[in-house]
Design a protein around this ligand. Structure first.
Ligand code: NAP
Length: 522
């Protein structure tokens, strides 16, 4: 019998009473561990986190919470090897792709640990300067940010079981808000193990971090007005979340990160060097984590007259990708996470192929050290629309996200046309621009800023410096308006901006003598 992973809630480890859902190795098809949340006392878990965890965290200063995050970093670093083994087995990722999730998560925690130490002994944050409310400056208004007295519930997607936990938990814990994480079932093992290591190390107060693996049944029913909910996943589930009574009636604050038709745009008149940078970045984005990144490039906008040249260069680059068992040293791209995802990618590809041509066929990649009948591996596929008129006529490429190693070349006539096509994604996480003219690039970035959480500009002078189209850095905003934000405008990270989601803002109106008491001691 495979191991049934326990959940950590109400300050103790508890196993569900059901048979549980099995987690699989997506390359070998073998059974790994089971998760289950049947019969757990969720009300007690939420109450314990809210009361015991919340009170303990709020009693700490920002600097102390920062030190606490540093201690979490150390615990995770000491178990890295185990995390890599779990990622290979459960996510089917090659080492470099596992690093994006594991080391990316630890790096993000480290960023917020430092921020906490920089914030010093305060337990609340000041928001702006005092503002006079009348002629006499004695009576003023000062805005403050205080931690919400609830829990932060995270319902996460399968593609980042490590980073997806810590990019949210770091700002929540630094804000003084306890966390309950519900990882996606398919890859819940890594999340559970990380929480287990941190809890067992005793570096967090009781109730600060809980993990519930398995079904999400009943979780949202526990939410109360001062709790916050952060969801990452598909647009369909996002719709269910948004219409749940916790959100519609009990006014729970919610952040949604849903699917996104991200784009890369080669501007007109781009130099040969800029073209090379586009080809390199698109090939990388298509293949990192087998394209299972919410930020991955799905649409590649190129001037109509350069489409054939770029299709050839991209196809040549993709052809070199070795696909298969991530344990084999020659393999550069591992598997999709599950058979369900393999099926979803195959169905999505078939849909896009009804409007686009195949420029590079993933099916031509023979799998290395993996049985095609068992392994959830697919080669990268580049699709293309025939010309600029076809880019207008095709609707699926702007609307259907294939969550795998698939992108479509979209030819355009001029910049106005490119912008119009990009906007048909109805709000995306990120668009990357390629060229060398700062004026045109700056103008294009501002044109796209209203419909994107991030615009990443790759010019030859930053070729060796830029952080990558798809890499989410804690200093920069991650999220998107419109569709990518599930209709609500998702926002995560962005340095100290991330803390705002876990705080409540209030205006304190008082005399300057009273307001001076709000300023943290130096
Ligand atoms: P999903 O099927 O929507 O699942 C996401 C999470 O929601 C899982 O933990 C899932 O649990 C849970 N869930 C399912 N039904 C639920 C319900 N009725 N109520 C509450 N929770 C429920 O999405 P996915 O397939 O894991 O993730 C892929 C999608 O995520 C892609 O579309 C991708 O674009 C998006 N994504 C977006 C971002 C971003 O930052 N914008 C990042 C990563 C991924 P179970 O696993 O137990 O079903």
């Amino acid at each position: 019998m495979t191991e049934l992973l326990p959940n950590h809630m109400a300050g103790r480890w508890q196993t569900g009473t059901g048979a549980g859902a099995m987690l699989f190795d997506p390359v070998l098809g073998t059974e790994l561990v089971r998760v289950d949340a049947t019969g757990l006392d969720l009300a007690a878990a939420f109450a314990f986190a809210r009361q015991t965890g919340g009170a303990a965290l709020r009693a700490l200063s920002c600097a102390q919470r920062g030190q606490m995050l540093s201690a979490v970093v150390k615990v995770l670093q000491s178990h890295r090897d185990a995390y890599y083994e779990i990622a290979t087995a459960n996510s089917g990722t090659v080492k470099n792709d596992s690093a994006v999730d594991i080391d990316g998560g630890i790096f993000t925690l480290g960023h917020y640990a430092k921020m906490g130490q920089g914030l010093g002994e305060q337990r609340h944050l000041l928001d702006g300067e005092p503002a006079g409310l009348g002629k006499d400056p004695l009576f003023q208004s000062q805005h403050v940010l205080v931690p919400t007295r609830g829990v932060a519930l995270f319902i996460n997607a399968f593609n980042f079981p490590g980073w997806g936990l810590w990019e949210k938990a770091a700002p929540a814990l630094l804000s003084g808000v306890p966390v309950i994480i519900k990882p996606a079932t398919a890859t819940a093992w890594l999340t559970q193990r990380m929480v287990k290591d941190v809890v067992d190390a005793g570096v967090l107060p009781a109730g600060a971090l809980s993990v519930i693996c398995g079904s999400s049944n009943g979780l949202l029913d526990q939410l109360q007005p001062f709790d916050v909910l952060s969801f990452t996943g598909s647009a369909d589930t996002a719709e269910l979340i948004r219409s749940h009574p916790a959100v519609t009636r009990r006014s729970v604050r919610v952040n949604i990160e849903a699917d996104s038709l991200n784009s890369a745009w080669l501007l007109p008149g781009a130099s040969a060097e800029a073209v090379d940078l586009l080809v390199k970045e698109v090939a990388r984005e298509m293949t990192v984590k087998s394209g299972q990144k919410c930020t991955a490039i799905r649409r590649v906008l190129v001037p109509e007259q350069q489409a054939a040249e770029i299709a050839a260069a991209l196809s040549a680059s993709l052809a070199k990708t070795t696909v298969g068992n991530p344990r084999h040293e020659a393999v550069r791209m591992g598997a999709l996470v599950s058979r369900a995802q393999l099926l979803a990618v195959q169905q999505g590809l078939a849909l896009l192929k009804s409007q686009a041509q195949v420029l590079h066929d993933g099916a031509t990649h023979a799998l290395v050290d993996a049985d095609p009948a068992v392994a959830c591996c697919v080669g990268p596929t580049l699709l293309g629309l025939q010309d600029a008129a076809a880019s207008d006529a095709a609707d699926l490429v702007h609307a259907h996200e294939v969550f795998g190693p698939v992108a479509t070349l979209v030819p355009y006539r001029d910049s106005a046309h490119a912008l119009e096509l990009i906007r048909r994604g109805q709000g995306s996480l990120v668009s990357s621009l390629y060229g060398q003219d700062p004026v045109a690039l700056g103008r294009a970035a501002l044109e796209l800023a209203d419909s994107h959480g991030r615009v990443h500009i790759i010019t030859p002078d930053v070729a060796a410096l830029h952080t990558g189209h798809g890499n989410v850095m804690p200093q920069s905003l991650h999220g998107g308006p419109g569709r990518a934000g599930g209709g609500g405008g998702g926002e995560e990270l962005g340095g100290a901006r991330a803390l705002h989601f876990y705080h409540r803002r209030a205006a304190i109106q008082a005399s300057t003598a009273v307001l001076s008491q709000l300023t943290p001691a130096a």
